[in-house]
Ligand binder design. Structure first.
Ligand SMILES: [Zn+2]
Length: 189
């Protein structure tokens, strides 16, 4: 689930032009970026769903810090504060919200593996609506989200300086990156 997040970044960019697209794209996947070193340190980990090879949508993800509800809110708040300091308050709010949007989208696709508190403190029920049980449906939704985002971005970008040419190049790049990440994701790489 990377492509769907990028689609959201493109859609947000169409309405929030003051925030750079790269920052929005990074913000949508920021929880996964923070997850990477914790995964390498084996603090957070993924186990394959029993009876599967652990491919696209077939993992139970124990990202108990970065993807806990409270952890995600904290990371979003800190990142938003950094963006507000670097740019302005409005951009900070947008970046913070976009960082947290990752958790909401993950909630739709993850199996019930998202804890409420960091480290699954208190052993509270884990959340996840489990759309990944239907991998092709999820991939189609991710692709659709990307296309809608690219379309919104295209409509907004054609009105900016640089006009149609740079809008076409950027939209093309967006679709290419979205298609590549989806292909890699589905191939389980
Ligand atoms: Zn994630």
């Amino acid at each position: 689930m990377i492509t769907g997040h990028f689609g959201l970044a493109a859609a947000v960019k169409s309405g929030q032009r003051q925030v750079p697209l790269w920052a929005l794209m990074l913000a949508t996947v920021w929880l996964d970026v923070v997850f990477a070193p914790l995964y390498m340190a084996k603090i957070e980990y993924i186990v394959p769903v029993p009876g599967t090879k652990g491919g696209y949508g077939e993992g139970i993800i124990y990202a108990d810090y970065t993807h806990s509800l409270l952890g995600a809110l904290l990371i979003a708040a800190v990142t938003g504060a950094l963006a507000a300091w670097r740019w302005n308050r409005r951009s900070g709010v947008v970046i913070g919200a976009v960082v947290f949007s990752h958790w909401i989208l993950d909630l739709l696709v993850h199996r019930a593996d998202l804890p409420l508190l960091p480290g699954n403190l208190g052993g509270l029920p884990r959340l996840g609506l489990g759309l990944w049980q239907y991998p092709w449906l999820t991939a189609a939704i991710e692709g659709a989200l990307m296309l809608v985002g690219a379309l919104l971005y295209w409509r907004a970008a054609t009105g900016l300086k640089g006009g149609r040419t740079s809008a076409a190049v950027n939209t093309g790049l967006l679709v290419l990156i979205g298609a590549a990440t989806l292909a890699l994701d589905v191939a389980g790489i």
